[in-house]
Design a protein around this ligand. Sequence first.
Ligand code: ATP
Length: 193
Amino acid sequence: MAKIIGVTGGIGSGKTTLVRYFESLGIPVFIADDEAKKVTQLPEVLDQIKSVFGDIVFENKQLNRQKLAAIVFTDAEKLDQLNRIIHPAVRSQFQLWLDQYQSAPFVIYEAAILFESGSYTICDYTITITAPLVDRINRVILRDNCTREQVLQRISAQWTDEERIAKSDFVVENADTETAKQQIDHILKILYN
Ligand code: ATP
């Protein structure tokens, strides 16, 4: 049975960039945030969304993600309800995905809200990716073409690095990619031994 390494970190810390490095080393990678978008196409998930949010988030029978996002952005209770629909669906997809990798020593489960969502409980090990705040902000502004205020708003909705680190087995500082890769090599050496 493959051991599950959970990888998390704040927005713009470089999770997706660094899990591609694990992948290049032959370790299968599951990106929970991508899957969270995909599961909103499943009929059973759509039914649950409809029963909680009503027809208002549908347009021509299609889910209107912007409307849904606007509602949960200002309503913590609704966000909680949405998470209670999405996260179990993502975890079921993960279990199906995991079945293909029975003989792999390790797989990666990448999630921005690994701890907030409780998904860390399925992981054997957890790694937090960190980066200087100013770098994270600048990277996200460049990547998403958004404002500094929008990035700060997204950062303030997540746990802090200190909270994530306190619950993690390992930390990787992604100030520069090469040093981060060396830290990952070091962690893998420990895990393989
Ligand atoms: P999110 O939580 O928003 O999905 P993330 O943690 O997955 O973010 P990435 O998408 O991997 O972060 O990285 C954010 C941006 O920063 C990307 O454009 C990426 O190319 C860039 N980036 C990542 N690591 C570095 C680095 N060490 N130096 C410079 N740029 C980097």
